[in-house]
Design a protein around this ligand. Structure first.
Ligand code: NAD
Ligand code: UDP
Length: 317
């Protein structure tokens, strides 16, 4: 990538957005972050405010992106609640940021001749009947269940991204991110990684939903950011899975964290949430062939790095 680029990131105060800001500033680029803090953290903005190449705009991108600069090389649309408890608390806002928010970000890119990247998700596969999931799989999504606000918003976001690419020639990228974790996750976001880490560190039982036989594949955030950076360097418009194919049952995952932090802790079982996918594992063939990318950080390594900083990143309750 030619230096320096001007990159606008929606959702910059979120978990993944803040890691992108850090990476791009570290590479000498100019970064404009945009966020309305619906699920992000002010401390993730404050980390970068003193950096001379960083600007921040507090705005709800579903109602427009008030960017007034002239030059823009990339618009990266990462704004959206991502944790199931968050997006189910804000279903309309989640649909809007996937729909109007994505269109506003596409229009901004189009107006500035910038490239565009959409943060899509493995949730477009829904409760997948094909395993592992290649990008060619169309998914198994309940269109009106409690997760639909997120799944369908992202499916629409992919559709409108491809429509802008096909009709207006925008140079677009679509990444389908699988469960990602690491420092700066919100301690109270309700996702399984933060729940189990917080429960274990505070001496509480780990709460497994259902019998824990459902699976997920957990990717460390640095691997994701590396995949994103590589994708910026190639021209490819179809979706690309970015995830770690190392698959764990949720019960096994709970046991790993319990045994690492405090083997005396109990594991308790609660009701399975509605439409919870039974299995999830990326087929990474496309990313490997196109980008020479494969995740490097193991679950245990990633957990060591995350355990060390979960307390300092917790929001006050
Ligand atoms: P996050 O909740 O930590 O970050 C999302 C950020 O977007 C937050 O700072 C939030 O305040 C902001 N935001 C939401 N709606 C907005 C709006 N209308 N206007 C402005 N800002 C808004 O979540 P994350 O884990 O960092 O996820 C980032 C992106 O990656 C999301 O688009 C998510 O769907 C996608 N993704 C994440 C994962 C994962 O495992 N973390 C998996 C798949 C996809
Ligand atoms: N889960 C769990 N206990 C928790 C939180 C989540 O057993 O305290 C389960 C959840 O039902 C799902 C998996 O862990 O099967 C991953 O949930 P998460 O909310 O992290 O994200 P998802 O992959 O479902 O979007």
């Amino acid at each position: 990538m030619t230096l320096p680029l001007h990159i606008l990131i929606t959702g910059s105060a979120g978990f993944i957005g803040s890691h992108l800001v850090e990476r791009f500033l570290g590479e000498g680029h100019f970064v404009t972050g945009v966020d309305n803090y619906i699920s992000g953290q002010k401390r993730n903005t404050e980390l970068f405010l003193s950096h001379p190449n960083f600007r921040f705009i507090e705005a709800d991108v579903s109602y427009g992106i008030p960017f007034e600069g002239e030059n823009l090389d990339w618009v990266m649309h990462f704004a959206s609640p991502a944790s199931p408890p968050h997006y189910q608390q804000f279903p309309i806002e989640t649909l809007m940021v996937g729909a109007q928010g994505t269109q506003n970000a596409l229009e901004l890119a189009h107006g500035h001749g910038a490239k565009f990247m959409l943060a899509s998700t493995s949730e477009v596969y829904g409760d997948p009947l094909m395993h592992p999931q290649p990008e060619t799989y169309w998914g198994n999504v309940n269109p009106n269940g409690v997760r639909s606000c997120y799944d369908e918003a992202k499916r629409y976001a992919e559709a409108i991204t491809m429509a802008y690419h096909r009709t207006k020639g925008i140079d677009t990228r679509i990444i389908r991110i699988f469960n990602t974790f690491g420092p700066r996750m919100r301690a109270d976001d309700g996702r399984v990684v933060t729940n189990f880490i917080n429960q274990a560190l505070s001496g509480q039982p780990l709460t497994v939903y259902g019998d824990g036989s459902q699976t997920r594949s957990f990717q460390y955030v640095d691997d994701l950011v590396e995949g994103i950076a590589r994708l910026m360097g190639v021209t490819y418009h179809e979706p690309i899975n970015l995830g770690n194919p190392d698959e764990y049952s949720i019960l096994h995952f709970a046991q790993i964290i319990r045994d690492r932090v405090n083997p005396a802790l109990n594991i308790v079982f609660g009701p399975m949430p509605q439409d919870d996918p039974k299995q999830r594992k990326p087929d990474n063939t496309r990313a490997l062939q196109l980008l020479g990318w494969a995740p490097k950080v193991t679950l245990r390594e990633g957990l060591e790095r995350s355990l060390g900083c979960v307390q300092t990143t917790s929001l006050p309750s």
